[in-house]
Design a protein around this ligand. Structure first.
Ligand SMILES: [Mn+2]
Length: 268
């Protein structure tokens, strides 16, 4: 098994602050920093040659979103087609919809495990159906997932509640979170991690800080206890402009290591 890291420096679909496009550089810098090592907790060394870096996609400022999305879909599709597992570094959360379009044709059944403070289920947001507030509405409309399980949610609006009911989304909101609880899947899983699922004091470098979130340890527990094959993953919404200390980039690097290690421990 090989993991292909893909930087997606795209934040043109952000509804509030830009800056997430700077994240891939910041996360790689934290990942390879000599201040830490490259071993995951589960005993995998990311320097053992099975983590390949595809570099960053390139976006023209002001180009139509449909072109940007097409490029993301094609890049992810070709990674999966080559037998590798894509691990995307966003970018804002809008990249998850084209990523799923790239992954989905390769799987008969596919579930999404989505960790986020926000359900991102708006039909449209500020007039944009491809906003970072909307990807999971597009995904469910196009049947790109057989199940969508959301963890960490704490900003559900009435409209998004309706959307969740309409699409059959399984929402584990923060109010009902129980430590050590696991979600079981009988099909491959695509993991989408919005950094703002965490308590913002632990990872303040996000555009939408929402108190009351998970701890780093709890998110690691969700990743490490996942039993189903991991078809792909993304780590989105780090905003380095809100992360002068680099603390949040370091948290991303930690999550990246454990996600990659989780993929690499599967039989190929
Ligand atoms: Mn979010």
């Amino acid at each position: 098994m090989t993991v292909a890291l893909l930087g997606v420096p795209y934040d043109a679909s952000s509804s509030w602050q830009r800056g997430a496009a700077l994240a891939p550089v910041a996360i790689r810098e934290a990942l390879w920093s000599e201040g830490g090592n490259t071993w995951a907790e589960t005993g995998i060394d990311l320097k053992d040659g099975r983590l390949e870096d595809e570099g960053d996609l390139w976006f023209n400022d002001g180009e139509p979103g449909v072109e940007a999305r097409g490029r993301i879909e094609d890049a992810v599709g070709s990674i999966v087609g080559s037998g590798r597992r894509p691990l995307l570094l966003g970018g804002d959360h809008s990249i998850t919809y084209p990523a799923l379009r790239g992954v989905r044709p390769h799987y008969k059944k596919l579930a999404i495990l989505h960790l986020d403070a926000h359900p991102d289920l708006y039909d449209e947001f500020q007039g944009d159906r491809y906003s970072h507030a909307c990807p999971f509405a597009r995904i469910m409309e196009e049947n790109l997932a057989d199940r969508l399980v959301q963890i960490g949610i704490r900003t559900m609006s009435a409209h998004q509640r309706e959307q969740a009911d309409r699409f059959g989304v399984e929402v584990v909101d923060m109010r009902s979170w129980v430590d050590g609880g696991t979600v079981r899947f009988d099909m491959p899983v695509y993991l989408s991690v919005d950094l703002d699922v965490l308590e913002p004091g632990l990872a303040p470098g996000v555009s939408h800080r929402e108190p009351g979130g998970l701890g780093v340890r709890q998110v690691l527990g969700v990743i490490q206890s996942l039993e189903a094959p991991l078809a792909g993953a993304d780590l989105v919404e780090l905003n380095p402009l809100n992360d002068p200390s680099g603390l949040s980039a370091g948290v991303c690097a930690k999550l990246l290591k454990e996600i990659a290690a989780r993929m690499l421990t599967e039989p190929s």
